[in-house]
Design a binder for this molecule. Sequence first.
Ligand code: PGA
Length: 254
Amino acid sequence: MDETLRTPVIAGNWKMNMAPPAAVAFMREFATRHAPATDRTVVLFPPALSLWALKQALSGRGDIGLGVQDIHWEPDGAFTGATSAAMARAAGARYALAGHSERRHVFGETDEEVGRKAAAAAAADMVPMICVGEQLEEREAGRLEEVVLRQLDAALEPLGAEPGTLAVAYEPVWAIGTGVTATPADASAAHAILRRRLEARYGAERAGGMPILYGGSVKPDNAAELLAADGVDGVLVGGASLEAESFAAIAAAG
Ligand code: PGA
């Protein structure tokens, strides 16, 4: 998809929470708390089962984007339990996470599979949001750069030399769901590594349209300082995106 993402990008990943009725109730409340804003991009990643209901509940709020948390790379077929990119797109998703740390570490997804998913998302006219991040042992062993660049390269390779719009999310595994947030300086350092790689691959201009989000224990009280950090173009929020009030507070930050 060749759309321009207005930064900051404020994204909420609901993970395995929020059945359709809860998703609809969230949207009713969120819409009253968050006025349409043209100076940022707000995206929600509900579970696939709630996408269509959430899409209906948007009722005219075209400023709020929807995304899918995970897709299969095949277009259709005998893959019980899986969701294809085209199905997610038809149900309202304009974005697709690829390689969220829980997919990698709980479900054993490989770098290669993440790349196939990113490519399937792009082919279905969705913006891939490629998630990368090191585990604590890797960081402590001084391997942050090696790990995140390996993950990034593997995800980008199948997208070819001239990908459409894409986003990257830096989510250190040790900060996800732990209440431990990377400092703004930690986030900036990792984002600079990723930004240099995007620029090396695509040139500064094209790479400039590819936002890099920070994720990992983002809350209403730390969102503004993270969004103000050098190189942080948005946030990917887990736990704090489940309540309309806290997600609206984060969407207003920065
Ligand atoms: P968290 O999750 O905000 O609950 O740490 C972030 C994520 O996994 O995207």
